[in-house]
Design a protein around this ligand. Structure first.
Ligand code: ADP
Length: 192
């Protein structure tokens, strides 16, 4: 099995690239952001709790996020591999994910980070806000907060997998297809 973490700051293109990778390699895409938005859309208690954090650009607490992720993985055991998008975002989430996979004699194959500079990210997110309908994309202060949270709490996730020799930076600038080609090359090298 190939299990990927698609990593990078908010607005780095993880969702776009994940759906292309799914088309090409038939992995199961698990996006914690999408899972939270579905819960919010269904007005569930979990959704209501998550929304209070997401609207401020803060992380949803680990206990909530990890439980939701575990349910999703356990409900889909027979897949070719997983693409985790937006998870893990903290070190406790890394540890929980490794433990969950280890329980199935499995592991993360590689973390691929889409490397995009800050200024580009703010402009992409403000742009996306015009059409995405996402409250957290509309307000520059919330966007800046998401970037700060990424730098403080989430970027250590890269180092966590780099220490295991399982993290790579991919240039996240260029056309969607160019970036996809860079990612595909890495996935193909894992398949060999
Ligand atoms: P983006 O990366 O573009 O900001 P996401 O859709 O991945 O968007 O996440 C949106 C919001 O959902 C985050 O700002 C955060 O509040 C919450 N969230 C998503 N994934 C996690 C996670 N793994 N841990 C905690 N909060 C999360």
């Amino acid at each position: 099995m190939i299990n990927l973490i698609l990593f990078g700051p908010p607005g780095s293109g993880k969702g776009t690239q994940a759906s292309k990778l799914v088309d090409k390699y038939s992995f199961l895409h698990i996006s914690t952001g999408d899972l939270f938005r579905t819960e919010i859309g269904n007005n569930t208690p979990l959704g209501l709790e998550a929304k209070s954090y997401m609207d401020k650009g803060q992380l949803v607490p680990d206990s909530v996020t990890i439980g939701m992720l575990r349910n999703k993985v356990e409900a889909n055991p027979d897949v070719k591999g997983y693409i985790f998008d937006g998870f893990p975002r903290t070190i406790p989430q890394c540890e929980a994910l490794d433990e969950l996979l280890a329980g199935r004699n499995d592991e993360i194959s590689m973390l691929l980070m889409l490397d995009v500079p800050d200024d580009e990210i703010v402009s992409r997110l403000l742009n996306r806000g015009k059409t995405s309908g996402r409250a957290d994309d509309l307000n520059e202060e919330v966007i800046r907060n998401r970037i700060a949270v990424y730098e403080e709490q989430t970027s250590p996730v890269f180092d966590y997998y780099a220490a295991k020799g399982r993290a790579k930076k991919i240039n996240g600038l260029g056309s969607i297809d160019d970036i996809f080609e860079r990612l595909s090359k890495e996935v193909d090298s894992l398949e060999k």
